[in-house]
Design a protein around this ligand. Structure first.
Ligand SMILES: N[C@@H](CCC(=O)N[C@@H](CS)C(=O)NCC(=O)O)C(=O)O
Length: 204
């Protein structure tokens, strides 16, 4: 199994999940600007959509879209308990959170990763969009829960961690959402998170 990733991108969630399962996997870096992999392959032939993550299975099949990739990793490795059982309310909740992170939160960061630094006059409006989504997460975590779903880390936590942690790279103060800031800090301390971030060259 091979995960195509870009350092610190949303693919980091799948990378952490793979490490948490103990499964054998490889990673290959993708330059998402030139659409070339580290070994020189044309990435658009692997994932015609041109973005990461893409998970290439032993069969040769390629799975894309973060929520699908994350749930596949969780379901193929049930001992890691990264997702509630299918067809339960808890599983539907997990999907609810994965979809929220994907279609609402992740997308809110788009103006900050458009290739060129965001213009000063565009920044306040873009930050407002992020804040609107973060407030929802902050309210969820206000009931004292350590995880989005259940009592253990799920793939929704991993995806939320990766996206929320982008604030630390683009100068948005996570401290304005104290529950979320504490969540990010807890997740950042997990061994698999540190290992994946080190492997991607984000921390040393
Ligand atoms: N809908 C996709 C979005 C993936 C995505 O936005 N990936 C970003 C990194 S976080 C990327 O590769 N961007 C480069 C590009 O779009 O060319 C998913 O959920 O996997």
């Amino acid at each position: 199994m091979k995960l195509y990733y870009s350092p610190g991108a949303c693919s980091l969630a799948a990378h952490i999940a793979l490490r948490m399962t103990g499964a054998e996997f490889e990673i290959e870096k993708v330059d998402t600007q030139t659409k070339t992999t580290a070994s020189g392959a044309d990435y658009t032939r692997i994932n015609p959509k041109g973005y990461v993550p893409a998970l290439q299975l032993r069969s040769g099949d390629v799975l894309t879209e973060a929520p699908a990739v994350l749930q596949y990793i969780a379901d193929r490795n049930p001992a890691a308990a990264l997702a509630p059982a299918p067809a339960t309310l808890e599983r539907a909740r997990l999907q609810e959170h994965l979809n929220f992170v994907s279609s609402e939160l992740h997308k809110a960061f788009k103006p900050f990763f458009a290739g060129t630094p965001i213009a000063d006059d565009a920044r306040p409006a873009a930050e407002d969009v992020v804040a609107k989504r973060m407030i929802h997460i902050e309210a969820l975590l206000a009931d004292g829960r350590a995880h989005l779903v259940g009592d253990t880390v799920s793939v929704a936590d991993l995806y939320l961690f990766v996206v929320a942690n982008w604030c630390n790279f683009i100068g948005i103060d996570l401290g304005q959402w104290p529950n979320l800031a504490a969540f990010v800090e807890r997740m950042a301390a997990l061994t698999a998170v540190r290992e994946a971030m080190t492997a991607e060259g984000l921390i040393h």
